[in-house]
Write a protein that binds this ligand. Structure first.
Ligand SMILES: *Cc1c(COP(=O)(O)O)cnc(C)c1O
Length: 329
């Protein structure tokens, strides 16, 4: 699996077989509100109900369960402040593998606690992501651990792609998928599976307007860096890696349209989902809803065609959600 072109739907079926004992098959629910609003049949794939609160558990499970015995015994290391770290910590505990999660000293205490509670060894080091990453590489070498990449890894992206198999099993005539887009592990896996099942399906990638690393890279024709900023879609922050091996090429190959949403649109989508559907969604998980609600996508499909929005995660700070609800109510 050293070339992105060598990956296939078979790899994603293999991933599904591997991870199904430890992963939740999440519900795909019809949204009357969004269907009425758009004229399509809109379904939400609720990865908010996935173990650890996001789809990242799928990729982490496929990667960790595919390691050799010697690698499993030595253990794994991840560099992440958020959902990826949590997923690796959780799956490692399930499999009884030692896991180290490396992050900077600036990461809030509640996040550190969540990962420690999962039994991971949390190493907080330095004042920036770069310092913490350098430390992670040092520990990896010292102890012979396996680094678990958050998106640019064939096992990780094929794990994320398993949700597409579930979607097409339930709604075989899905005409478009709307997918949150950051490093592109989620998009690549879902697109590889979906476009193989039906080459005509429309694949839409959605990022936040303030820091769309993948979309800027696609425009530039190569991976580029973008400045660090804050966003409600915090799980979509960060670059795609200047030495990206898989997800840039796969996203480039499969994406039909890209869409940008504003911070305000993300906040209103989070509020709308809470108010109308009683769903708790983090900013990154709400970008697809925001794109649909604001009519930002020209899907070029027929009325009543089924459209699936991937609601990628639900790990939002309670106080932040409360503030958004009060402000938009
Ligand atoms: C990681 C993440 C994404 C983006 O996934 P990529 O594979 O980096 O594109 C989207 N939503 C949530 C909730 C995430 O945790």
């Amino acid at each position: 699996m050293d070339d992105y072109n060598s990956l296939s739907l078979a790899d994603i079926y293999r991933a599904r077989k591997i991870i199904s004992p430890v992963i939740t098959r999440t519900p795909l629910v019809f949204s009357p509100r969004l269907s009425m609003l758009t004229g399509f049949k809109v379904y939400l794939k609720l990865e908010t109900l996935q173990l650890t609160g996001t789809f990242k558990a799928r990729g982490a499970a496929n990667k960790l369960m595919s390691l050799g015995n010697a690698e499993k015994e030595r253990g794994v290391i991840a560099f992440s402040t958020g959902n990826h770290g949590r997923a690796v910590a959780h799956i490692a505990r399930n499999l009884k593998l030692p896991a180290v999660i490396c992050l900077s000293e600036r990461v809030p205490a509640f996040r550190v606690k969540a990962m420690r509670d999962l039994g991971a060894e949390v190493v907080a080091y330095g004042q920036s992501q770069d310092e913490a990453y350098a430390k992670a590489l040092e520990i990896q070498k010292e102890r012979g651990l396996t680094m678990i990449a958050p998106f640019d890894d064939p096992f990780v992206l094929c794990g994320q792609g398993t949700m597409a198999i579930e979607i097409f099993e339930e709604i075989p005539n899905t005409k478009a998928l709307i997918v949150p887009l950051s490093g592109g592990g989620l998009f690549s896996g879902v697109a590889l599976a979906s476009k193989t099942i039906n080459p005509k399906v429309k694949m839409i990638g959605v990022s936040m307007e303030v820091a769309p690393a993948m979309i800027r890279s696609l425009t530039a024709g190569k991976p580029i860096e973008i400045p660090e900023v804050d966003s409600l879609a915090d799980a979509l922050l960060g670059g795609i890696g200047l030495d990206n091996q898989y997800t840039f090429s796969l996203t480039q190959k499969y994406i039909d349209k890209s869409v940008l949403v504003s911070e305000d649109q993300i906040a209103r989508a989070m509020y709308g989902a809470f108010y109308h559907e009683r769903l708790v969604i983090e900013g990154s998980g709400a970008v697809g809803l925001a794109a649909l609600e604001n009519d930002l996508i020209d899907l070029n499909i027929e009325p009543n065609d089924p459209v699936v929005v991937i609601v990628s995660g639900g790990n939002v700070d309670t106080r932040l959600l409360q503030a958004i609800i009060e402000k938009n109510h």
